[in-house]
Design a protein around this ligand. Structure first.
Ligand code: S3P
Length: 448
């Protein structure tokens, strides 16, 4: 587990253009859901392209502890025998969700309407993260939670045997909260409704429907999405094909944009429109980024991305775009530090409660690398670029945050002085093999 092993410091320095073709690991959001829904479905579910990162492996282990049969057949290839909706059984040990907020929060949704007690914990990062955003709506179904202040992990959940269906309007744009409520609604008689004022990633809705749930989505006059789920459906096992994770593709894409002379292709990237805010923003910044071979696979749009080094310019990223690129602000701020002019990323309060405080991690780390950056009102990250990369020459604390680690390794590929990270171990939560893949493309990354 990343928090208990010796830290793995890494240094990244420029070596020249990045060239080649790569395939990034499977989508983390879709992988978690494939395992959870497969564990709830009747019959066999097969998954191809599953992300075998630590976060998803924790979910696989949790679903086994709850009684599902979960087997690895080969690289990215998995098979499950589910228990049926409402069929999970009491685990005989603590469910350790590692670094994964998605795993923990979605699982709490499932457990809220199964009538037994489970205890959840996680690593030092996950134990700091707010869980009240899910325990509050899940308590309305009838579940009880006993946790640390702020509902933090470790936490015990006792699911209810007599769940009451809810209509819940999300106070914060969060696909994790939306999904937790929908998963609680699965084993609740009657109709569960979630209203989201701002659209967030809809992998739960798409996949629940594909497994046979009766789920509808409509858009209100004020633009809010209204999702209704008829409880206690019979979900049927199926084949799931997981596309490459756009949030992982973001790192090699930005690396190619900021390292002079680069030209790469990233194959098989998921292009769900609720995930592609970074690519929209990079195009506005003047990126030479082309979508080729656009297609649909298992209900999700997919494309290959062809990227060439580009002279980027600063832009303002509006707050309403945040849900579609919430995990991409760290790497976008690296691109902004190499662009000319000011980039303003507005409305980033949610970044403070990710695997680490990403707003502080980017403002402080970029400053340490010589970039002109600060945090303005309304949690706005401002980065003023000169059109040349900042100096580099800093060792950045990662604080168990994979995306912070990868962002600074990418920055070091183009700065005059090397950029280091104090611990690369967290990168394996979402992108196992990241450093090796980048080295293959021409990066110089090695132990510090
Ligand atoms: C995720 C939702 C996002 C994202 C996370 C994965 C999901 O979190 O940051 O990496 O799979 O539902 P929020 O929904 O809390 O914004």
């Amino acid at each position: 587990m990343s928090s208990s092993e010796a830290p793995q410091p890494l240094l990244s320095r420029p070596r020249g253009a990045l060239k080649g073709t790569l395939t990034v690991p499977g989508d983390k959001s879709i992988s978690h859901r494939a395992l959870m829904f497969g564990a709830l479905a009747l019959g066999e579910t097969t998954v191809e392209g599953l992300l075998e990162g630590e976060d998803v492996l924790r979910t696989a282990q949790a679903m086994r502890q709850l009684g599902a049969t979960v087997e690895r057949l080969g690289e990215g290839s998995w098979r499950l025998q589910g228990r049926g909706v409402g069929g999970l059984c009491e685990p005989d040990d603590v469910l350790d969700m590692g670094n994964s907020g998605t795993g923990a929060r979605l699982l709490m949704g499932l457990l809220a309407t199964h009538p037994f007690t489970s205890v959840l914990t996680g690593d030092a990062s996950l134990r700091k993260r707010p869980m009240a955003r899910v325990t509050v709506p899940l308590s309305h179904f009838g579940a009880t939670f006993t946790g640390r202040s702020g509902g933090r992990l470790p936490l015990a959940v006792t699911g209810t045997a007599t769940p009451v269906p809810q209509t819940y309007e999300l106070p914060v744009a969060s696909a994790q909260v939306k999904s937790a409520v929908l998963l609680a609604g699965l084993n609740t008689p009657g109709i569960t409704t979630v209203i989201e004022p701002e659209a967030t990633r809809d992998h739960s809705e798409l996949m629940l429907r594909a497994f046979g749930a009766d789920l509808t989505v409509s858009v209100r006059d004020d633009g809010a999405r209204v999702i209704t789920l008829v409880g206690q459906p019979e979900l049927t096992g199926r084949a799931v094909k997981v596309p490459g994770d756009p949030s992982s593709a973001a790192f090699p894409v930005v690396a190619a944009l900021i390292v002079p002379g680069s030209h790469i292709v990233v194959r098989n990237v998921g292009m769900n429109p609720l995930r592609t805010g970074l690519f929209t923003t990079l195009l506005e910044m003047g990126a030479d980024l082309k979508l080729v071979n656009e297609r649909e696979e298992a209900g999700e749009p997919v494309a290959d991305l062809e990227v060439r080094y580009s002279a980027l310019k600063g832009v303002t990223v509006p707050p309403e775009r945040a849900p579609s690129m919430i995990d991409e602000y760290p790497i976008l701020s690296v691109a902004a530090a190499c662009a000319s002019g000011e980039t303003r990323m507005v409305g980033l309060a949610e970044l403070r409660v990710k695997e680490s405080d990403r707003l502080a991690a980017m403002a402080d780390g970029l400053k340490a690398c010589g970039a002109d950056t600060d945090v303005a009102e309304n949690d706005t990250l401002v980065v003023r670029g000169t059109g040349q990369p900042p100096r580099g020459g800093a060792m950045i604390p990662v604080n168990l945050d994979h995306r912070i680690g990868m962002s600074y390794l990418v920055l070091g590929m183009t700065t005059a002085e090397a950029v280091g990270i104090d611990d690369a171990s967290a990168i394996a939560t979402s992108f196992p093999g990241f450093a090796d893949m980048m080295i293959e493309l021409g990066a110089d990354i090695h132990g510090a």
